[in-house]
Structures are given as C-alpha cells and as structure tokens.
Write a protein that binds this ligand. Structure first.
Ligand SMILES: Nc1ncnc2c1ncn2[C@@H]1O[C@H](COP(=O)(O)OP(=O)(O)OP(=O)(O)O)[C@@H](O)[C@H]1O
Ligand SMILES: [Mg+2]
Length: 411
C-alpha cells in the first residue's frame, strides 16, 4: 500500500491525555493533518507508564478515533518518551579520517566514538544529537561530509532513558497492534513543532509544561545543548486547588481551565466565581483572585526550578530568543507574563506550526508533542543526512533496529 508510506502517525502518551495525530505527506513535502484522536490518560504518573492495562485502553480509544477520522488503519506510530528517568549528557568523539576527506562512514565512526561513555546498566541511549563537527582546527561545522581534513571531531548531546520505561511504552503500543517506528524524547518532538529555526540558531529554551512534568530543551547554534525534566506540571496546580478550594479534582481542573490565572495582579478583586462543593453541599461564591493566590506560588516555584536548571546548563545568558512555553499548562492565564517577570527574557507561547489540514484543532499547545512527532518522523525518516540539527533516526544509519534494542535479545 503505497499510500501508507506517505502517512505519519504521532502518538503522544501523556500524563493527562493520549493524543494520536495522523498526517499525510504530499509530494511537495507538506504535511496535512487528516485525523486526530484524544482520550484522557489514566495509566501514567509523571510522564511514566505505571499501569499497562489502563494505558492500553486509552491508547486504543485514541487511535480508533484517529483511524475513523482519517479513514485509514494505523499500523505504526512515532511515540514520545518522558519522565524523571531521562538523562542528558554532552560528549565528544575524535577519529582520523580514512582518505583525507570526510565520508559518511567517518561520520558514523566519530559519532560511535562519542557514544562510548559509561551509562548506568538500567539505561540505554535514546538519541545522539550532533551539535557541531570540528575538522582539524576548524570548529562550528554543520555538514562535514566532503570536507578535507585528517582529524574529525564531533560534539554531541546524548539522551538516555530507563530501559523498563521504554519497554513499557513499546509493550502498550504492541498490545494495541501498533509497531513503534521510533521513540522520541517529548521535548525534542515538541521543539520540532513550535520552535523556528532562527530561534534555535540564536539561542532558545523550550519548556513543555504538561500535566505531570515540565520538559526542558535548550538550543543554541541550531543544535540541542541541554535537556532536563522537572517533575511538576498542571496536575500539581489542580491538586493545590483541590486542597485550597475544597472541591473535587474534576471540578478543580475545570475551574482552573475556565477561571484560573497565575498572577494575582491580573485578576480584578471584584470578580466572583462559584465553587461547586463536595458531598452535596451547595456551591459557594468566591473571589476569583483566591484561585490566583493559590496558583501563583506554585507556578513561581516551577519557574524558579526551570531557571535553576537553565543556570546549571550554563546557557542562561546565551538565550537571545528567550523562552518558549508550550504544553497544555501554558494555556493558563498569566503564564507568559509571569515567566517574563521571573526570567527577565522574552517569552512566548509555542503553538504547533508547519502542518496543514485540521490545523484549527492541532494548533493548541497541548498538541505540541503529537504534531512534533509527525514532523520528526517526516523530517528524519528518509534523510540520510547527519548534519547538525538532524538528530533523527538516521544519525547512525541503522536506527531501524533502534526500538528493538530496548528488548535486547528478546526483540
Ligand atoms: N486552558 C487551560 N488552562 C490551564 N490549564 C490547562 C488548560 N488546558 C489544559 N490545561 C492543563 O494542561 C495539563 C495537560 O497538558 P498536556 O495535555 O500538555 O499534558 P500531557 O502531555 O498529557 O502530560 P505530560 O506531558 O506531563 O505527560 C493539565 O494539567 C490541564 O489541566
Ligand atoms: Mg506532554
């Protein structure tokens, strides 16, 4: 079925929702979203699968919905991976070129040399993302193949993840009859969908603030420099409201989306809202500012942790394009304004971009990862380039077997 070769499916297995995005690639390289399915996610905690059965059920329902809308059968998906088990390292490798001119084989060898680092036994490599090549003494090279030189060096960002977490994602997909074409770090996927190339060139930090976690990726000179995960997301905001407003989690989430704000100064002291109570008691009126008083310190705490992470990365001063926030929680009123105050940098909300078709639906920041996965799949599946910024499955030229590696000999 040649039609299916043009179909890319992103399956974002998030803590709050499972989103399945189906896109068709046209001959001119454009991607049109032709189907979307979403379902509340029940089997994850802080970005990690903790209940296979419930996750499988949610995936099945999201995928069925997307299949129905797109009118196709989904067999293979690009899926995301996230959680506190993810580690990012910077590493480098050096080799001598074989013929005085850099070949793709030399590039494979030097990337291989860079991956030769000690990784804990329960972790495996998810991505090797080249940052720059250095040929003899010339640094800052993005496309090394064909250049003259005898000494080839590469700087890379290596991302590793817990074997068990990756296996569980693959298991869930397999149980729904889906093959995993590739597993992509969620903030790497999101950055494909919401960041512009010039932002990545001059320096930018992406923060995908979801339900369970906030995932960070830092870019400079077109390449990824730092990745990190902070185990705080929108669910923590909801929980604070449950306690502070004495209402159910469902209601708290609903109220947060409808009336929530994370800056007290943005809400008029006169505005009143109604809080549904638990246990059959009548609803209570309350100033809307009370919600902001509960949410502001928690968002502040989250942003302070992000800031500390950026300082730790050493790139904080180099981010000329500032900060881009995405993920469902970036929709909370005041998120951009409070970030501008705390980070003292330009901040914008990142909405998925670069696709056609059902754009109205997928332009919510909640779909950053889902859309990013199809863009990632589309960009890197066929290319054989190993240029900087092309951190996709082709980097080592043998990534078809990558997903299988998580099961070692079993696969
Ligand atoms: N309009 C809104 N205002 C405030 N918060 C919102 C809004 N819409 C969604 N959210 C919050 O966004 C969160 C879900 O975001 P998202 O869908 O990006 O998470 P996820 O990808 O499922 O989770 P994760 O990436 O952490 O695994 C929830 O906490 C939800 O309450
Ligand atoms: Mg997410």
């Amino acid at each position: 079925m040649s039609k299916h070769e043009q179909i890319f499916v992103g399956l974002d297995i998030g803590t709050s929702k499972i989103a399945c995005v189906v896109a068709e690639a046209g001959p001119d390289g454009r991607l049109d979203v032709i189907g979307i399915g979403t379902h509340p996610s029940r089997g994850l905690r802080k970005g990690v699968v903790v209940n296979i059965e419930s996750t499988v059920e949610s995936i099945r329902l999201a995928v069925e919905e997307a299949e129905l809308m797109a009118g196709i059968e989904i067999k293979s998906v690009f899926t995301g991976i996230a959680g506190s088990h993810i580690r990012g390292y910077n590493s480098h490798g050096v080799v001598a070129t074989k013929g005085g001119e850099v070949t793709s084989e030399d590039v494979d060898r030097v990337v291989d040399a860079a991956r030769a680092m000690k990784i804990p036994a329960d972790q495996k490599i998810l991505h090797i993302l080249p940052q720059e090549y250095i040929i003899d003494a010339q640094d800052g090279i993005r496309e090394p193949i064909g250049m003259s030189g005898v000494r080839l060096e590469v700087k890379v960002h290596i991302v590793t993840g817990a074997v068990s977490s990756a296996q569980n994602i693959i298991k869930c997909c397999n149980r729904c009859g889906l093959d995993v074409a590739d597993m992509v770090l969620e903030q790497v996927a999101s950055s494909e969908a919401v960041l512009a190339q010039d932002e990545k060139d001059i320096g930018v930090a992406l923060v995908d603030i979801g339900g369970g976690t906030s995932d960070i990726a830092v870019f400079l000179d077109g390449a990824i420099r730092h990745t990190a995960v902070i185990p705080i997301g929108g669910d923590h905001l909801t929980n604070d409201l449950v306690v502070g407003l004495r209402t159910s989690a469902r209601e708290a989430d609903h109220l947060k989306r409808k009336y929530g704000a994370c800056m007290v100064s943005m809400v008029s002291p006169d505005e009143q809202i109604e809080i549904p109570s638990v246990g059959g008691r009548p609803p209570r009126p309350m100033p809307r500012q009370v919600m902001a008083q509960i949410l502001e310190p928690r968002v502040e705490e989250l942003y302070e942790l992000v800031k500390a992470e950026l300082t730790r990365s050493g790139y904080q001063e180099l981010l000329a394009a500032g900060l881009v926030i995405t993920g469902g929680s970036s929709l909370l009123e005041g998120m951009v304004e409070l970030a501008e105050e705390i980070f003292d940098m330009p901040v914008r909300m990142g909405r998925p971009d670069g696709v056609g078709g059902l754009v109205d639906v997928v332009s919510s920041p909640m779909y950053a990862t889902g859309v990013g996965l199809i863009r990632y799949g589309h960009n890197y599946r066929q290319t054989s380039s190993v240029a900087v910024g092309r951190g996709g499955p082709s980097v080592l030229g043998r990534m078809w077997g990558k997903v299988r590696q998580w099961f070692g000999d079993e696969g």
